[in-house]
Design a protein around this ligand. Structure first.
Ligand SMILES: NC(=O)c1ccc[n+]([C@@H]2O[C@H](COP(=O)([O-])OP(=O)(O)OC[C@H]3O[C@@H](n4cnc5c(N)ncnc54)[C@H](OP(=O)(O)O)[C@@H]3O)[C@@H](O)[C@H]2O)c1
Length: 307
């Protein structure tokens, strides 16, 4: 495990700070650090919540900004923004071009963390992907996120380029399935179950991922930043256990008293299990077992029926 950098008292820039992952991360970091957040803040309630947590919010549109309105003196940058307009030109501009401009603007930072996704891997059944495995259009069969995988791969290329061009230590962390008390794929599945709707799973069953709890996402930030390098460090950002949608939905059903049905289809994301050897060598083991994390999620939603 690498000694983590201490983020307390540092000046941080968090992009995508109104998002599912970026918002709770920014709020937690603001407990000990000076956190600046950028987004369009199209939802004023999201900005209000961040500001109440002590986060400084600056309105920035990645499609048009050159970031000159922002200071240059951030110690670390945590990039959680992602544009999903389904328009290739707009999404490559916001996810790719803007990332390069931001890294140029923040070239004096001690390290830059770009959040990528395991959606960059070429589907390959139940293989546990290592960082050097082939990349591909993982989300294409999903149908309604046609730009996602290609935009995430493009963003990685920009981050790799900018790390070298600006001599900016960078980590590209490929997030698996993030979740917390109030967000994540399992919560979406729980909503489907409660509505009596089938949960989509891939026909090549089971549909396996490495869910990672918010505690472990936040807990690994210091280590991931400490591992930043030129050329960029690339690492899976994933929980310790491989768990299938089928398995976590069965557990959600058990502790909420709901029933679950599955809708096998080829038009959904196939398994993306991860090899976590490299992530463990950087950040050590995770702290929240998936069952404990899901139990906390269900309790936070007021839906726990099992003692
Ligand atoms: N959620 C998952 O299951 C998952 C899984 C694997 C990897 N990831 C990765 O985790 C990171 C965070 O994902 P997420 O699920 O939290 O995303 P999200 O909920 O969709 O949030 C996206 C964020 O990006 C901002 N954004 C989008 N377009 C923008 C623009 N044009 N200008 C400025 N900001 C813009 C949004 O803010 P405004 O709308 O307010 O501008 C929002 O804060 C991403 O890199 C994603 O690829 C997520």
């Amino acid at each position: 495990m690498i000694d983590p950098v201490d983020l307390a008292g540092t000046k941080l820039l968090v992009t995508g700070a109104t998002g599912q992952v970026g918002a709770p991360v920014a709020e937690r970091l603001a407990e000990t650090a000076e956190v600046w957040a950028i987004a369009r803040f199209s939802d004023p309630a999201a900005q209000d919540r961040l500001e109440r947590a002590g986060v400084r919010c600056e309105r920035v549109d990645l499609e048009s900004s050159d970031f000159e309105e922002l200071p240059h003196d951030f110690d670390y940058v945590l990039d959680f923004a992602v544009a999903k307009t389904n328009d290739f030109d707009r999404d490559l501009r916001a996810n790719g071009e803007a990332l390069g401009l931001l890294m140029r603007h923040c070239a004096g930072a001690r390290a830059f963390l770009h959040c990528s996704s395991t959606a960059v891997y070429e589907p390959d059944g139940h293989r546990a992907f290592v960082e050097t495995d082939p990349l591909g259009d993982n989300h294409r069969p999903f149908g309604f996120m046609p730009t996602y995988s290609i935009a995430k791969i493009s963003a990685e290329v920009v981050a790799r380029y900018a790390a070298r061009a600006y001599d900016l230590p960078t980590t590209i962390a490929r997030l698996s399935v993030p979740y917390g008390d109030n967000f994540g794929w399992p919560l979406f599945h729980l909503a489907l179950m409660r509505a009596g709707k089938p949960v989509p799973v891939h026909t090549n069953s089971p549909s396996v991922y490495n869910p990672i709890h918010l505690d472990d996402i936040v807990g690994s930030l210091g280590s991931l930043l400490a591992a930043a390098s030129v050329p960029a460090t690339i690492v899976n950002w994933a929980g310790d256990e491989q768990v299938s949608i089928e398995e976590w939905c069965a557990y959600l059903a058990e502790i909420t008293g709901n029933s679950v049905s599955f809708g096998p289809t080829a038009h959904t994301i196939e398994s993306v299990a991860c090899d976590i050897t490299k992530f463990r060598s950087i950040a050590g083991p995770c702290t929240v077992h998936w069952r404990e994390g899901l139990r906390r999620l269900v309790a936070a939603q007021g839906l726990l029926t099992e003692a």
